[in-house]
Design a protein around this ligand. Structure first.
Ligand SMILES: C[S@@+](CC[C@H](N)C(=O)[O-])C[C@H]1O[C@@H](n2cnc3c(N)ncnc32)[C@H](O)[C@@H]1O
Ligand code: SF4
Length: 436
């Protein structure tokens, strides 16, 4: 989390859910199963997440569950287990007669799969589910894994939103941080992506990669504007415990090589200015888009509005009927549950109280840049400006946001500090504890 202390410390994190992941437990799994066996709540949108945990190389800053040593046989075994999981999920009563509103292939690197593996995966999935009515199908790509025919395959399979992990345009920075691709692979992939004409192409950048300088950052922003994607996501570099850099720092092998928070925020601030000048609009603390009437981000907006998300794949995170869950993170156990025991590979869960669901939506939506006071009154019967009066007053006097009876809005300073604004809304028992 982006605290005021200016050094980027090991243990920093994004807030992406509530209550904190560290509180999720194996003994809540009966409730997870119960929620999956119940019919859906009225008017709750449904999404599907599929986790593909393979990468060519492990980036030194990455904290995701990824494998870099799997052969074609291992990958087929994983894909088979994933297809079996989708078959089980498709029969859950909580599906009701809902269609998927949004689908997300995340990783790891979904584009690590070959065209043949992808087509075979989707053919098998289609025996049980389809996403013909989905308003968005996102597919995460690492530039160096793309080929022209793979990009065409993605289009044929119904992908509408490509998310491309560029991170930086300098080869020395990419190499230093352990990325598997160089800049020439970005430009090559870009032409194929443009030719395939996806509705929405997003570029991921990171402010604070090791070796980044002001000159390099300015170059990143000008190159991004030249490519002119529909959407741009800028993450501020975090150092969760399980990254290569974090382990090296904790083992005293290296000094913190990541820029401090002040610098990362100055870079983000510069990027916002440049993107706004180029016609983009801020759509969340991390994202700018060209036209928010044409291109939204259905996965994020639905999730931040309390949608159900059926999560499939190793270690993936889901949410049904107000209950959180995470799949098992051990590959052998994940596969055994599905292919030998014929059951969902559920690892842990958390039954959120109505108050916790309110806090969750409020902090996630604040990252979008504004809170609609009427929405919370209607959905949770709570006036958030009254319930968290002193917290909002404090943030207002710190010039992070403005409060009116109908709407709370982040200022530019608030956008730059978004994650640091959220812990004061946590319940007392979750103050100061480990988040992940
Ligand atoms: C699953 S990856 C995207 C797809 C693909 N694996 C890739 O990296 O190109 C999701 C994104 O998380 C971001 N990310 C990973 N580790 C991070 C960290 N420690 N701090 C900030 N952002 C990070 C990167 O921008 C990355 O593109
Ligand atoms: S950032 Fe992307 S490519 Fe790098 S290890 Fe993580 S998931 Fe894989």
């Amino acid at each position: 989390m982006s605290t005021e202390s200016t050094k980027t410390e090991v243990g920093s994190y994004f807030i992406s859910n509530y209550p904190p992941y560290s509180q999720w437990k194996g003994d809540h799994l009966d409730a997870v199963t119960g929620a999956m066996q119940a019919p859906p709540a009225a008017d709750t949108p449904l999404g599907l997440y599929l986790h593909i945990p393979f990468c060519r190389k492990r980036c030194k800053f990455c904290y995701f569950k990824v494998f870099t040593d799997q052969n074609a046989k291992d990958i087929e075994a994983y894909v088979s287990a994933l297809c079996r999981e989708i078959e089980l999920v498709s029969k859950l009563p909580v599906m009701g007669d809902r269609q998927f509103r949004f689908v997300y292939f995340g990783g790891g690197t979904p584009s690590f799969l070959s065209s043949r593996q992808l087509t075979s995966l989707v053919d098998r999935l289609r025996a049980n589910i389809n996403w013909d009515k989905a308003e968005e199908v996102t597919f995460e790509c690492e530039p160096g894994t793309l080929q022209e025919n793979k990009v065409k395959t993605l289009k044929e399979l119904g992908v509408t939103r490509i998310s491309l992990g560029i991170e930086n345009f300098s080869d020395s920075v990419l190499e230093e941080n352990g990325r598997a691709h160089l800049s020439k692979e970005v430009y090559r992939a870009w032409d194929w992506i443009q030719a395939a004409d996806f509705a929405n192409v997003n570029i991921d950048l990171i402010s604070g990669m090791v070796g980044e300088t002001w000159d390099n950052w300015k170059y990143n922003i000008s190159q991004t504007i030249k490519l002119s994607p529909e959407s741009i996501t800028i993450y501020q570099m975090e150092l969760p415990f399980n990254t290569v850099y974090s382990k090296d720092i904790l083992g005293n092998k290296i000094e913190t090589p990541v820029a401090d928070w002040e610098t990362k925020r100055a870079w983000l601030n510069y990027a916002y200015d440049e993107f706004l000048n180029a016609g983009y609009k801020i759509s969340s603390a991390y994202t700018v888009v060209k036209d928010n009437n044409k291109v939204n981000f259905s996965y994020r907006d639905n999730l931040w509005g309390g949608a159900d998300l059926l999560a499939t794949g190793i270690a993936s995170f889901g949410h049904v009927g107000g209950v959180h869950y995470q799949n098992k993170a051990d590959m052998k156990q994940y596969k055994t549950d599905l292919t030998e025991l014929g059951k969902l590979p559920l690892g842990r869960g958390y039954v959120a109280t109505p108050h916790q669901l309110l806090v969750r939506e409020m902090i996630l939506q604040l990252k979008r840049g504004f809170l609609d006071v009427g929405y919370f009154k209607q959905k949770f019967n709570v006036d958030i400006t009254e319930r968290w009066k002193s917290e909002f007053e404090q943030h207002q006097s710190d010039e992070m946001l403005t409060v009116t009876p109908d709407r709370i809005e982040l200022t530019r300073k608030g956008f730059l500090h978004a994650d640091a604004l959220l812990p004061p809304f946590f319940e007392d028992e979750f103050q100061g504890i480990r988040y992940t």
